[in-house]
Design a protein around this ligand. Structure first.
Ligand code: P1T
Length: 382
């Protein structure tokens, strides 16, 4: 192999960074280190690991690898995407203020508003594409500005550099949820974000068989504070889950290419379908955020949302009728999924600024044969 991790392409980094053959045995793949504790030759002397909550070799491999994919100096793996979000929010103190997008994953809103809001953290939800509204919402107490792009479930494209400009002018940290785009399509830290966050349950794992979360940063001080929280609060993933995520990440690039191919075909098909009123896909020229997406994303991603012409009843009928697209929450895996966010993933925000249209469908376009996906949707939409 020529060069080193700094010069390697994405796929080489995803397969090799943090994954040197095991020194003791030559094992090619990273061993699942189940040990909870590590022997010390003398008190306080250890070879990098002492107790598995504080640090574990399988987790360390995953942390190096995903940090490398995000172009980050530091990476932290968590037991779920929400645990990763919680770790970042634990950096706040009562009286601090958070600005979050008025379009985003319902669980993020619930954590900020219902858990931290009840414990002295103030928050404001704004349209992150409206720079004036954002500037008006950011005040002297604002410590974190949270964005998702593309958003869940409306696939709104948020200009990361523009948000960073506003947030940094007030000294706030920008937290970017990169779950939908993945590091293959978008690198928020390079665009001005300070913290990049993932539900690793989705594309990073990629096979609907592991729940996990990830946080990556460049700033050493932020990294030190996150390492403290990760160890102090202890929401760490099991070694087996870290192995599963490492295994998933190895094929992230090839999977994302096929997700994008299939999603482009699905979005184009839906745009021409009479039962569909509106298609939301960043890769379509008709999308409001298309120009920004071309600047900050490599392709449009694997998620497609659509508003059906017949409202809620038509949306429910469609999600019940598909066969290849399975009716289920979650996203980002090889299997295609379809859901109705208003009664499923976004039920927790029904009476909030994040409420969504009951006629909205969200499709996580998998990597099956594209003709089977199009035929399935055509039949289900009637
Ligand atoms: O489910 P978990 O791994 O805890 O991740 C939470 C999370 C964080 N950020 C985004 C953008 C997400 O979409 C999610 C989880 N979302 C779903 C389960 C869903 O179906 O939308």
């Amino acid at each position: 192999m020529r060069g080193g991790p700094d010069g390697w392409g994405f796929e080489t980094r995803s397969i090799h960074v943090g994954q040197e053959p095991d020194e003791a045995t030559g094992a090619l793949t990273v061993p699942i280190h189940l040990a909870t504790t590590f022997v010390q030759p003398a008190p306080g002397e250890h070879r990098g690991f002492e107790y598995s909550r504080s640090g574990n070799p399988t987790r360390a491999a995953l942390e190096s690898c995903v940090a490398g994919l995000e172009g980050a100096a530091h990476g932290f793996a968590f037991a779920s995407g929400m645990a990763a979000e919680d770790a970042v929010l634990r950096l706040l103190r009562p009286g601090d203020h958070v600005v979050l997008g008025a379009d985003g994953y319902g669980g993020t809103y619930r954590l900020i508003a219902a858990v931290y809001g009840e414990r002295g953290i103030d928050w404001t939800a704004v349209d992150m594409t409206d720079e004036r509204a954002l500037a008006a919402a950011v005040g002297p107490e604002t410590r974190q500005v949270w964005l998702e792009t593309p958003t869940n479930p409306l696939l709104t494209v948020v200009d990361i550099a523009a948000v960073a400009g506003v947030a940094h002018a007030s000294g706030a940290v920008v937290v970017a949820d990169n779950t939908f785009a993945t590091p293959y399509l978008q690198n928020p830290l390079a665009l001005g974000a300070d913290v990049v966050l993932h539900s690793a349950t989705k594309y990073l794992g990629g096979h609907s068989d592991v729940v996990g979360g990830f946080v990556a940063v460049n700033d050493d001080d932020l990294a030190e504070r996150l390492a403290f929280v990760q160890n102090a609060a202890g929401a760490v993933p099991a070694p087996f889950d870290c192995y599963m995520l490492l295994r998933g990440v190895k094929t992230l690039g090839v999977r994302m290419d096929r997700h994008c191919d299939n999603a482009e075909a699905v979005a184009t098909f839906l745009e021409g379908h009479p039962a569909v009123a509106q298609v939301l896909y960043p890769g379509l020229a008709s999308h409001r955020g298309h120009d920004v997406s071309v600047r900050q994303m490599r392709r449009g991603g694997g998620m497609v949302s659509a508003v059906v012409a017949g409202g809620e009843a038509a949306a429910v009928a469609a999600v019940r009728a598909t066969r290849v697209f399975r009716l289920a929450e979650s996203l980002g895996a090889v299997e295609s999924l379809i859901e109705q966010p208003a009664t499923m993933t976004h039920l927790s925000v029904a009476d909030s600024p994040l409420a969504v249209d009951p006629g909205l469908l969200r499709l996580s376009v998998g990597i099956e044969t594209v003709d089977d996906l199009l035929a399935d949707l055509d039949r289900a939409l009637g």
